[in-house]
Design a protein around this ligand. Structure first.
Ligand code: SF4
Length: 630
């Protein structure tokens, strides 16, 4: 653990008027936090403290706390208390969150009683659980919000410059507003520009030098580099080879070695290695290294469970949504076809890492009889109007096989759209030969059948001249390309996705989905709190023109499919674990259509996430409002 995060363990971060500050926590001789530390919590809402302190037992506290919250809500709704409508909205939302958390139904659902923990703390009784900073901070913020002290708006430097209705009118008001918006834009544009794109001249120059080094190592030519077959043949599968091309940290090297020894899929195309800096500081290439170089914990966890891969790592429960081999179905009109089970390189947090055996697996093409049965299944299901051909990465298949698969699907009368899921633009743009583009394009018939491509850029750093050229070839044939990004720790800093969206649109790709990283244990370092995804959408994406922010932030509910996170009424917080992780309940997309089970999900701790950001030299004060996204 770094020096910074050690420091944070002893400090607590609290909002104070217009800034956040760290307050030193005191410990007794045995290293246990002193009771006085909890004053930070109780000062956040003294009424709640009083209720907890004076209640006879937990049930008494529940009744009194509900009464307090209902009364507070009533007085706000009746206008008895004067708050700015936006602050009032935060108070009301926070009241609702606390009501749900202290309810018996949440406790039954999660097996956790936050009320009991708070009651014991207020009474000075021994805590039954190990209370962490993350837990305390959640309640400090919740209590402060209910007191009307969230501090969200006091951070805004322009708060006094927003023209109040009635003060200024007409042109004068418009000029004021325009000036305010200019300042806002300049502020965020300066942040966006801190994220270098792969199209910048200095980056192109650095990568050219790097490419020459790689070519020299393989004793290859420029012509080889442009040939996707050469790229595939030279996919880097071992740490000792990768070490010759870029510098690795000790952890990176160990993680790859463990992966190699335990036959955990690992591989990187020479092209993608050329997007990495030689130096392992990850200053610019964090997201690219994180994409393919597994963290030590990942390799260790997967190695320990390598004999139970499908049970342990099938987070989406695909085995329960596969009506026939090679097919996955979660929605009425679309189903997935997986004829090819490998990729040119392996993403660490791949949803299907439990199915893929190795990079460029020579046995990845499905059995002919299984393909024919899958085709028959589609023919027998006229409700399916769209087929997503994915894998693995189907564009790694030979042209002949790909042509056969797309052609077979196109023969099915009721299939109106064929969607191809591929990362080739990102990891191997050389794959888009004229022949490949021709194969894809010939099934795209306006008025009859659409072929669309869905890809997966994670970072603006991945958008290169080669990628743009490949995109252009496909777009020139009238085919739309959409992007599905996964929101991970590697691309979740302020305005990092804004930078990606902007360049994607310029390159000819529509942002389509932003996925919350799957709640998989082996990739916990990649996960980002749902609150951060909601914050990104509201405070960053929302500032862009509508055509740039066409992506929908989603949480993928195992077995059932995507839950739109912007739909606040489709999820709620049930509880906060003593270690600071929120437990959410997700209402599946079928809500209001038919009764299906809801899904309970344990998120990652906001406090732990902020500590990790601080390790990356982020100013956590810039994320201050994260606590108020539920
Ligand atoms: S390209 Fe897709 S299927 Fe292949 S490893 Fe990456 S996420 Fe998994």
């Amino acid at each position: 653990m770094s020096e910074i995060s050690n420091q944070l363990i002893d400090y607590i971060l609290i909002p104070k008027n217009d800034t956040q500050r760290l307050v030193k926590l005191s410990k007794n001789d045995s290293g246990v936090h002193e009771q006085s530390n909890y004053n930070i919590l109780w000062n956040a809402n003294q009424a709640i403290h009083e209720i907890l302190k004076t209640s006879t037992d937990v049930e008494d506290a529940r009744e009194s706390l509900f009464d307090y919250l209902f009364l507070r809500e009533k007085s706000l709704l009746n206008g008895d208390e004067q708050y700015h409508p936006l602050e009032k909205n935060i108070i009301l939302e926070s009241i609702n969150v606390l009501k749900t958390i202290i309810s018996l139904s949440s406790e039954e659902r999660t097996g956790v009683s936050d009320l009991e923990i708070l009651f014991n703390l207020a009474k000075g009784y021994p805590a039954k659980a190990n209370i962490t900073q993350g837990f305390l901070l959640e309640f400090v913020h919740l209590f402060r919000a209910i007191s009307g002290l969230s501090g969200v708006y006091s951070h805004s430097s322009d708060q006094n410059n927003v023209p109040e209705a009635g003060l200024k009118k007409g042109r004068e008001a418009a000029i004021d507003r325009s000036n305010t918006l200019d300042r806002e834009e300049q502020k965020f544009d300066a942040i966006v520009r801190q994220y270098p794109t792969g199209l910048q001249p200095d980056v192109i120059r650095d990568r050219e030098i790097h490419k020459q080094r790689i070519l020299q190592y393989f004793n290859a030519s420029e012509q080889d580099w442009r040939n996707y077959r050469w790229q595939i043949k030279h996919v880097i599968r071992r740490a000792d080879v990768l070490k010759q091309l870029i510098d690795l940290t000790a952890d990176e090297e160990s993680a790859i070695r463990i992966a190699n020894e335990n036959r955990i899929p690992f591989g990187i195309t020479p092209y993608y290695v050329s997007l990495m800096d030689k130096n392992p500081s990850r200053r610019r290439d964090y997201s690219v290294r994180a994409q393919v170089i597994p963290p030590l914990n990942y390799s260790q966890t997967v190695a320990e469970n390598k004999n139970q891969r499908s049970e342990k790592f099938d987070f989406m429960g695909e085995r329960d949504t596969s009506p026939i081999e090679l097919v996955t179905r979660r929605y009425p009109q679309i189903a997935i076809l997986k004829p090819y089970n490998t990729c040119a390189q392996i993403c660490v947090y791949c949803q299907r890492n439990w199915e893929i055996n190795q990079v460029l697996d020579p046995h990845a093409f499905a059995r002919q009889d299984a393909i024919e049965e899958a085709m028959q299944w589609f023919e027998n299901h006229p409700s399916i109007q769209e087929v997503l051909i994915t894998g693995g990465d189907p564009l790694i298949m030979s042209d002949v096989k790909l042509n056969y698969i797309i052609g077979r699907v196109a023969e099915i009368e009721h299939i109106e759209r064929i969607r191809i899921g591929t990362r080739m633009f990102v990891v191997l743009p050389q794959r888009f030969t004229d022949n490949l583009v021709e194969i894809i394009a010939k099934y795209h018939e306006l008025g009859k059948r659409e072929v669309a491509v869905v890809t997966h850029f994670e970072h603006v750093w991945e958008i290169t001249p080669d990628a743009v050229q490949a995109i252009e070839k496909v777009r020139n044939r009238g085919i739309s390309i959409y992007n599905q990004a996964v929101f991970t720790f590697a691309n979740s800093r302020r305005f990092e996705l804004v930078a990606l969206r902007r360049q994607l649109r310029l390159a000819g790709i529509d942002p389509y989905y932003t996925f919350n990283a799957k709640g998989k244990d082996e990739t916990r370092e990649y996960r980002v709190p749902i609150a951060r995804l909601l914050q990104e959408r509201k405070e960053e994406a929302r500032l862009m023109p509508g055509l740039d922010r066409t992506d929908e932030p989603v949480f993928n509910v195992p077995r059932l499919g995507k839950n739109h996170l912007r739909s606040g009424q489709d999820h709620q917080i049930l509880s906060i674990l003593p270690d600071g992780r929120r437990i959410y309940e997700f209402l599946p997309w079928e809500k209001n259509i038919k009764l299906v089970s809801t899904y309970t999900h344990t998120d990652v701790s906001i406090f732990e996430y902020l500590k990790m950001l601080q390790k990356r030299a982020e100013n956590i004060d810039d994320y201050h409002s994260i606590w108020y996204y539920y």
